[in-house]
Design a binder for this molecule. Structure first.
Ligand code: NOJ
Length: 749
């Protein structure tokens, strides 16, 4: 663990790893006492979540908040930023409503609250679980000090869809990596005691399948086999449940025909039945009401009944339960017990958070002042941003830039050289900063940090910010051309606008938006070496750059410390170690493209190009595979060994490999272990990630890395929905990405 992370983890005393119980005898007893005093209206009120001062969805009716709270009609408020106002609401709830039940404030804390970290997909590229846990600890500390008790995070939707705007919120395409990151996030936010003033409840979302929306379109249809659902969608959710996530959120999409919000199979049978999870389920924004738009419920009564019976305890934003639940009970569509059970879950959460003991626990102005935006939070924001950057290409070793690099003049050029708007270098999901109005001076832009840093190294540096509006591109383009001509090295900064990343920001083209490849072509005209830095929130395609530009650094949306992290990586202070958590396609037509695909009966890789599974007009290979990322040093993998050539179902296999840093600088490598089940009862993926380890090696140093595989790693869901391992042959692969691997075979007896 690096010093910063170690310090933060120590600081917040997170060493214990115990799971938080979702109920205790004491809390249960207090809930029952309260429940007995509640009227039906008050119970339904607890199941109602209303919107605060910012909107993150479709228009919904808003009534007088204070009088609703006073009448006991509000269980929770979401997306409220104004601190003093939250105090007023809580006062209204605990002092003026009949039973004084406190409000729980929910908020989307997606990549930091006030201190903005890299987007979640970028964090996943670090493969650094300790850092991810530590940054969520900071996010929880900031959010809780500002009065939020509950985050709608982690978003654990696995996705193979770069068109989907929300792919940036998840951990990419792999269920194993996704599960480990889900655990780290839950631990980071919740700590070991939800009643501490600096911990908040998590919400694993969106349950389930949302990342597989057809056409990569938000809110769209999802249809998949139960086998695929369990194998690819569920592992991160299961990990979040096992780590004790206090709540879950269901999803907008239909899953195999049924809207998730009224999907009993996944919520009641799987999550609560099989997995024994007993937390609270909240709907997504008006997704109870939207069951009527789906055509799956006839009216508010029908919608309320169907969603409650399917396991949805709280209705976010739409107010459908308020309109329909009472009648659903009167008509015998739901039982009093079903309502009580949902209310119990809501109340239990409030007890767990300590809100009944001190409703103002999270509303202390002094704590707020002490805990927001501490300078040391920036250290982690900077180090995680640097370690999430992925070096895709570095022909001729253009990078890193050092005082002995053969240039004098460096030109920083592009729409993201020094941008101050559109939440650039961040995303839509930075609601803690406010919606559109935010203090842009908090972001360290690339130019702000790179110019002085490179000048201090003795270079002359120019900055040409290109505006992408039609009115100004012509002027800016000629300035860029001139700057490139005058320079010895061009750093071209391209990508997506921050506000184009997140919900309702799907795209039908994966090209760099607004024709930005043109900028790279233009600045390359003078035959000067060009380094392209990409700020994107999803896999994009940039074929000309891939082919022609010698160095490409994927910086994602790095957050507040964008510029400083870039200095660290571009100058070699930090040797890049990021690895792609999602496959980068060559072109849109290849989507969905993912590393853990089935072999097919006619794989092109081994059977040639004709009559095999491929395209006439494109390779089937990705531009960059899952797990890929270069370093300024090189790693040699050798001597892969197994502890045994055959194991029984009860034995554990050890797979070892030696890794040597063969270059001249120290570097961190993410060593990845995959398997392929060669003779299962059904077809199995050509590779499945089963373990990884981040190791730091000095030049010339060799480390032996050992992975352990047991029956649990070899099991899979078959078509009869049994989780089992089949005797037979397996391959094990170890390497620095999913393609360049050493392999060996063993038998499971
Ligand atoms: C809708 C989104 O799907 C969900 O992720 C989010 O938490 C809610 N809106 C609240 O903003």
């Amino acid at each position: 663990m690096r010093p910063i992370v170690a310090l933060l983890v120590m600081l917040f005393s997170l060493s214990a790893r115990t799971q938080i119980p979702t109920s205790t005898p004491d809390i249960d007893a207090r809930v029952e006492v309260l429940l007995k005093k509640m009227t039906l209206d008050e119970k339904i009120g607890q199941m109602n979540q209303v919107t605060g001062d910012i909107s993150t969805g479709t228009n919904v009716a808003q009534s007088d908040m204070m009088s609703q709270i006073r009448s006991g009609h509000v269980g929770s408020v979401l997306s409220h930023t104004n601190f003093d106002n939250k105090i007023k609401m809580q006062e209204e709830a605990v002092k003026k409503s009949r039973l004084g039940i406190p409000i729980i404030f929910g908020f989307d804390v997606i990549h930091g609250y006030k201190t903005i970290f890299p987007i979640p997909l970028a964090q996943a590229a670090s493969w650094d679980l300790a850092s991810i846990e530590a940054l969520e600890r900071i996010a929880a500390t900031e959010a809780s000090s500002d009065g939020q008790n509950w985050t709608f995070s982690p978003m654990v939707d696995l996705s193979r869809e770069p068109r989907w705007g929300r792919v940036m919120e998840g951990a990419g395409e792999d269920p194993y990596l996704g599960a480990r990151i889900a655990e780290a996030r839950v631990k980071g936010f919740q700590g070991t005691d939800l009643a501490q003033p600096n911990t908040i409840a998590t919400c694993a979302k969106h349950f389930a399948g949302y990342g597989f929306s057809e056409g990569g379109r938000d809110y769209n249809t999802v249809d998949m086999s139960e086998q695929r659902l369990r194998e690819f969608v569920m592992p991160p959710f299961k990990a979040a449940a096992d780590a004790g996530s206090a709540t879950f959120m269901n999803a907008f999409n239909t899953l195999n025909g049924t809207p998730c919000t009224m999907n009993k199979h996944i919520q009641e049978d799987m999550l609560r039945g099989e997995w024994k999870w007993n937390g609270m389920m909240v709907s997504d924004w008006n997704s109870v009401g939207e069951t009527m738009v789906h055509g799956s419920a006839s009216d508010v009564v029908d919608a309320s009944a169907k969603c409650l019976i399917a396991g949805c305890d709280m209705d976010m934003a739409g107010g459908t339960y308020m309109l329909g639940m009472k009648k659903a009970l009167e008509e015998g569509r739901v039982t009093q017990d079903q309502i009580d059970e949902a209310v119990r879950r809501v109340l239990r959460l409030k007890f767990q958070l300590g809100l009944f003991d001190n409703p103002f626990l999270y509303l202390n102005a002094k704590t707020r002042e002490q805990n927001l935006e501490k300078p040391e939070y920036r250290d982690l924001a900077r180090s995680v941003a640097a370690e999430s950057m992925v070096l895709l290409k570095n022909d001729g070793g253009v990078l890193p830039i050092t005082p002995s690099s053969p240039f004098k003049k460096i030109a920083l050029i592009g729409p993201y050289a020094d941008s101050r708007g559109n939440k650039d270098y961040m995303s839509f999901w930075t609601l803690g900063l406010g919606m559109r109005e935010y203090d842009s001076t908090k972001v360290v832009t690339p130019a702000m940090a790179l110019k002085p840093a490179l000048e201090a190294m003795g270079f002359e540096v120019t900055v040409t910010q290109i505006c992408m509006d039609a009115a100004c591109t012509e002027v800016d383009y000629s300035a860029a051309l001139k700057a490139a001509r005058d320079a010895d090295l061009v750093i071209c900064l391209l990508g997506e606008r921050g506000l184009d990343c997140g919900e309702s920001r799907c795209v039908s083209s994966l090209e760099l938006p607004r024709g930005q490849e043109t900028i790279a072509r233009m600045v390359s005209r003078g035959n000067k070496p060009v380094v392209t830095v990409l700020f994107n929130s999803r896999p994009l395609v940039f074929p000309w750059i891939t082919e022609n530009v010698p160095a490409i650094l994927l910086a994602w949306q790095p957050g507040f410390e964008a510029g400083n992290a870039l200095v660290d990586v571009l100058t070699g202070k930090v040797n890049p170690s990021g690895k792609l958590p999602i496959t980068f396609p060559r072109n849109l037509g290849q989507v969905p493209i993912y590393y853990n695909h089935l072999n097919t009966g006619r794989p092109q890789e081994t059977m040639g190009t004709m009559w095999t599974s491929g395209y006439l007009d494109s390779s089937v290979q990705p531009a960059w595979p899952f797990g890929f990322g270069l370093s300024y040093t090189q790693f040699r993998y050798f001597d892969i060994q197994l502890s045994k050539s055959a194991i029984s179902m009860d034995e554990t296999l050890e797979v070892s490999i030696n890794v040597t840093n063969t270059g001249s600088v120290a570097g961190t490598e993410v060593v990845q272990c995959y398997i392929h089940d060669l003779s299962a009862d059904i077809a199995r993926p050509v590779k499945e990630l089963k373990g990884f380890e981040r190791i730091k090696l000095n030049p010339g140093e060799t480390r032996k890395v050992v992975f352990k595989l047991s029956k649990d790693d070899l099991r899979y869901w078959n078509q009869d929905i049994q989780f089992k391992a089949d005797p037979g042959k397996f391959k094990v692969f170890v390497g620095g990405n999913s393609q360049d691997v050493k392999e060996v075979e063993f038998t499971l007896r």
